[in-house]
Design a protein around this ligand. Structure first.
Ligand SMILES: CC(C)(COP(=O)(O)OP(=O)(O)OC[C@H]1O[C@@H](n2cnc3c(N)ncnc32)[C@H](O)[C@@H]1OP(=O)(O)O)[C@@H](O)C(=O)NCCC(=O)NCCS
Length: 149
């Protein structure tokens, strides 16, 4: 059974290790610790083991997805979707949501599109990559004009 819970300060090292196994560009343990303190940081546990995490921040009527990661052995079986679904129900239907993703990150792009998020823009050469620079795709959902009541 998968259980989602808010991350605690003591989870920072575990989350840093989990992400280092899943991506070539992981956050440091210190950044995880700061994010746990400052933002919404939730982790998915199975039999007491951390299998994934999601981090977002909320600013007024807007939310920004800052990180989403699933342990390699657990990818492709819907856990990323479960974590993203948790964010969407937490922010409710009326907040805009934004995120940035590497243009070559097909699993993430597929996941975001499945949840109805669309491409809003592109930053050419934004990320350093193994084969030179890589574009960032700005994605999200735009459900209200900024500042509207
Ligand atoms: C992105 C990530 C969180 C998705 O987690 P997940 O548990 O695998 O997500 P899901 O199983 O819910 O969905 C993954 C989607 O990618 C697809 N996918 C999986 N491997 C793929 C591959 N190699 N190429 C293309 N698509 C792939 C799946 O079929 C699924 O697509 P669908 O929704 O159309 O069926 C996970 O791949 C990950 O941790 N990647 C490393 C960190 C990362 O890139 N995070 C995103 C930062 S913006």
């Amino acid at each position: 059974m998968t259980r989602l819970r808010r991350a605690r300060a003591s989870d920072a090292a575990t989350l840093a290790r989990l992400e280092a196994a899943a991506t070539a560009h992981p956050w440091s343990e210190r950044l995880w610790a700061e994010s746990i303190r400052q933002h919404q940081c939730w982790l998915a546990e199975e039999a007491g083991e951390s299998m994934g995490a999601i981090v977002w921040r909320e600013v007024c009527d807007e939310a920004e997805l800052l990180n989403l990661v699933v342990a390699p052995a657990r990818q492709g079986r819907g856990l990323g979707g479960r974590l993203l679904g948790h964010l969407l129900s937490a922010i409710g239907p009326e907040r805009n949501l934004f995120l940035e993703v590497r243009a070559g990150n097909l699993p993430a792009l597929r996941l975001y599109r499945r949840f109805g998020l669309v491409e809003l823009g592109r930053r050419a050469g934004y990320y350093p990559g193994a084969q030179g620079r890589e574009d960032a795709i700005l994605m999200g959902r735009f459900v209200r004009e900024p500042g509207t009541p």
